[in-house]
Design a protein around this ligand. Structure first.
Ligand SMILES: NC(=O)c1ccc[n+]([C@@H]2O[C@H](COP(=O)([O-])OP(=O)(O)OC[C@H]3O[C@@H](n4cnc5c(N)ncnc54)[C@H](OP(=O)(O)O)[C@@H]3O)[C@@H](O)[C@H]2O)c1
Length: 337
C-alpha cells in the first residue's frame, strides 16, 4: 500500500468545555515508523464521554494541550518498524491510547497494540466500555455469581450496555436506567429485568416500592441525583462503583450540602468505590478481561450494541462527541474512517 505524505488528526489546542471550541483539525506528515513501532490506518474509533473532559483538561489524568483526541480505535497495520516481528502489513490491531482515535493514521509501539483477527466496530466497543464493565463489576464491585440486584445507570450507552449484559450473564437481577423508549426497548432485548426510563419514572420511587431490601451493586456513570438515589438505596454490604458523572461534565462541579457520607454507608457496611480504567493499563488483568470478553463475543453471549448514527472521518468525530454528550446515543458511538 502506498502511504500518503500527510494525514488529518483532531487535536485539542485549548481547554474548553465546548468540544468544538477546544479542537482543531490538523494536517501533519506521516513519518516512517521507528524500529519498534507500527503505523496503523484507522478504521473505527470509539467515542467516549471522557473525550469532553480531556478537551477541557479535567480528565482523571491531566491532559495538557495540545493533545490528540480519541482514546480507542481499531485499524489495519500499514507499515512496521525494522525490529517488529509480531505484525506485518494487513494485520488488524486494537489500540487504547490518548490520541489514537480521531486520526486517520496512528503510530504506536508494536507492544502497545492488541492483535485482533478482524476489524469491527463490535470488537472496538469492547475495549473501553467492555473492559470498564468487566473489571468494574467483577474486581472493583466484587459482583457475585447470582442472587444480587445490580443497578446500572446510563445502561443503554457504550459502557452501561456491557454492565447489563455481564451482570445478567452472572445470573443477577439487573435494573437499568435510560432516557428514552427506544433505549428501553434495547435494554429489554438484552434481558434487563427492570428498565427505568428516568424521564417517565422516578428512580427513587421505583427503588423504594420495588426493591425494599436495596441494591447490592451499583455501576454508576451519570452522577448528580442518580448517584444520590443509588447511594441512598444501597443494601446492607452494598457496593457503589462510581465510574463517572457525565451529568456534571459540561458544568462546574456541584457544591452540595448534605450529611457526611459515613451516615449513609457505615451502618449498612456499604461502600463507594472509585473506578479508573487507566490505572489498569500495563497490568495483566487487562488482557485477561479482554480475552474473556472476546471469548463471550465469539460464543454469541455478548451482543455489542452499536449506535446506528453514522459519523465519518476526523470532522465527524466532533459531531459524534456532541451527539453522545446530548444523550442521544443508543449503544456505542463509533466514528468510521
Ligand atoms: N472510569 C472509567 O475508567 C470509565 C471508563 C468508561 C466510561 N466511564 C464513564 O461512564 C459513563 C458513560 O460513558 P460512555 O462513554 O459509555 O457514554 P455513553 O453511556 O455511551 O453515553 C452517555 C449517556 O449518558 C446518559 N446521560 C445521563 N445523563 C446525562 C446528561 N446529563 N448528559 C449527557 N448524558 C447523560 C445518556 O443516556 P441516558 O440519558 O439514556 O441514560 C447518554 O447516552 C461516563 O460517566 C464516563 O465518564 C468511565
Amino acid at each position: 500500500m502506498t502511504l500518503p505524505e500527510t494525514f488529518q488528526k483532531l487535536v485539542a489546542v485549548r481547554h474548553s468545555k465546548s468540544f468544538r471550541d477546544a479542537v482543531e483539525i490538523q494536517t501533519v506528515s506521516l513519518d516512517p515508523p521507528k524500529p519498534d513501532e507500527i503505523v496503523v490506518k484507522n478504521l473505527y474509533a470509539g467515542v467516549n464521554a471522557a473525550d469532553l473532559m480531556m478537551a477541557a483538561g479535567q480528565y482523571l489524568l491531566p491532559t495538557p494541550v495540545p493533545c490528540g483526541m480519541g482514546a480507542e480505535a481499531v485499524g489495519e497495520v500499514v507499515a512496521v518498524g525494522q525490529d517488529v516481528t509480531a505484525y506485518e502489513p494487513g494485520n488488524y490491531v486494537l489500540m487504547n491510547a490518548i490520541g489514537c482515535g480521531y486520526t486517520e493514521y496512528y503510530t504506536i509501539k508494536a507492544t502497545h497494540a492488541v492483535p485482533i483477527p478482524q476489524a469491527s466496530a463490535e470488537i472496538m466497543s469492547l475495549s473501553i466500555g467492555g473492559l470498564t464493565a468487566s473489571i468494574g463489576l467483577n474486581i472493583t464491585g466484587e459482583m457475585q455469581q447470582g442472587g444480587e440486584v445490580v443497578l446500572v445507570t446510563a445502561a443503554a450507552g457504550g459502557t452501561g450496555q456491557f454492565a447489563v449484559q455481564l451482570a445478567k450473564l452472572a445470573g443477577n437481577h439487573v435494573i437499568g436506567t435510560c432516557g428514552s423508549d427506544e433505549k428501553a426497548e434495547m435494554l429489554k432485548s438484552l434481558g434487563c429485568d427492570r428498565v427505568v426510563n428516568y424521564k417517565k419514572e422516578n428512580l427513587r420511587d421505583v427503588l423504594k416500592a420495588e426493591y425494599p431490601k436495596g441494591v447490592n451493586l451499583v455501576f454508576e456513570g451519570v452522577g448528580r441525583e442518580m448517584f444520590d438515589t443509588a447511594l441512598d438505596h444501597l443494601a446492607r454490604y452494598g457496593r457503589l462503583v462510581t465510574i463517572g458523572f457525565i451529568s456534571e461534565y459540561k458544568d462546574k462541579p456541584d457544591i452540595v450540602q448534605d450529611v457526611r457520607v459515613y451516615y449513609k454507608v457505615l451502618g449498612k457496611m456499604a461502600s463507594i468505590r472509585g473506578f479508573n480504567l487507566n490505572l489498569f493499563f500495563g497490568k495483566p488483568i487487562l488482557a485477561e478481561h479482554m480475552m474473556h470478553l472476546i471469548g463471550l463475543l465469539n460464543e454469541g453471549k455478548l451482543q455489542p450494541q452499536i449506535d446506528p448514527q453514522a459519523f465519518y472521518g476526523v470532522s465527524g468525530a466532533i459531531d459524534a462527541v456532541e451527539y453522545l454528550q446530548a444523550g442521544k446515543n443508543t449503544g456505542k458511538v463509533v466514528v468510521r474512517f
